[in-house]
Design a protein around this ligand. Structure first.
Ligand code: SIN
Ligand code: FE2
Length: 215
């Protein structure tokens, strides 16, 4: 297996997904009950990335802000449960990267189309920081940017293609990362789209009750 170390506790597992088509079908099933939606940026502009979730809680934004919620504000139902193939893949990838006993609680699903990008950020919200982030790429290629803990550290560019998995944990868990604007293309599995699955583990506290007066 092709493992590229990109930092302490961080690596890219090339072509790690055995059956990307099965993963893409599972995404379609999830989206049938929890549709992709465009969240808005703090300035109010809609993001080009569309998102949905599966697992215990989902990443949402409503008028009161961003956070994890147990109920999908779009449908009023809880999020679709995590497919077994997702759990297995994330656990296996984390183990391969050196993190044993990883069971993901949530999976954020991002859908990128041409021009969609993700600004540099840290995955800081609501989860145990000793659990790594596991990030799966499906469909069109993209350039992942992986920086350090500080905003000033120049990020490195890492090309990601269908079936690649990136894991960052340990001393790299709070590193800045982002994705450059998706280039136009057609992928046999996903057409003009890239999907990214981001797994996180360890729900620390009950999900925020978004939309309530107490936040
Ligand atoms: C993320 O940081 O949430 C997603 C990264 C990616 O799309 O590869
Ligand atoms: Fe992230």
């Amino acid at each position: 297996m092709d493992k590229e170390v990109i930092g302490p506790g961080a690596c890219v597992l090339r072509g790690f997904v055995d059956d990307p088509a099965e993963m893409v079908r599972a995404i379609a099933d999830i989206a049938a009950s929890a549709p992709f939606r465009h969240l808005s940026t703090p300035s109010g502009a809609p993001m080009r990335i569309a998102m949905t979730n599966c697992g215990r809680v989902g990443w949402v934004n409503v008028r009161s802000g961003y956070g994890y919620a147990e109920v999908d504000p779009l449908t009023g139902h809880s999020w679709p449960s995590m497919p077994a193939i997702f759990t297995r893949l994330a656990t296996h990838a984390a183990a391969e990267a050196g993190f044993a006993d990883y069971t993901p609680d949530v999976c954020l699903i991002n859908r990128y189309t041409v021009g969609s990008s993700l600004h540099m950020h840290k995955d800081r919200n609501g989860f145990l920081k000793d659990m790594p982030v596991v990030s799966v790429s499906l469909g069109l290629p993209a350039t992942f940017r992986f920086g350090g803990q500080g905003n000033g550290e120049p990020p490195r560019s890492i090309p990601l293609v269908n079936g690649d998995v990136v894991v960052w944990g340990g001393p790299s868990r709070m590193n800045y990362h982002g994705v450059l604007p998706l280039e136009a293309g057609v992928h046999p599995l996903t057409g003009n789209t890239r999907f990214n699955l981001t797994f996180r583990a360890g729900v620390v506290k009950p999900a925020p009750r978004l939309g309530s007066k107490t936040g």
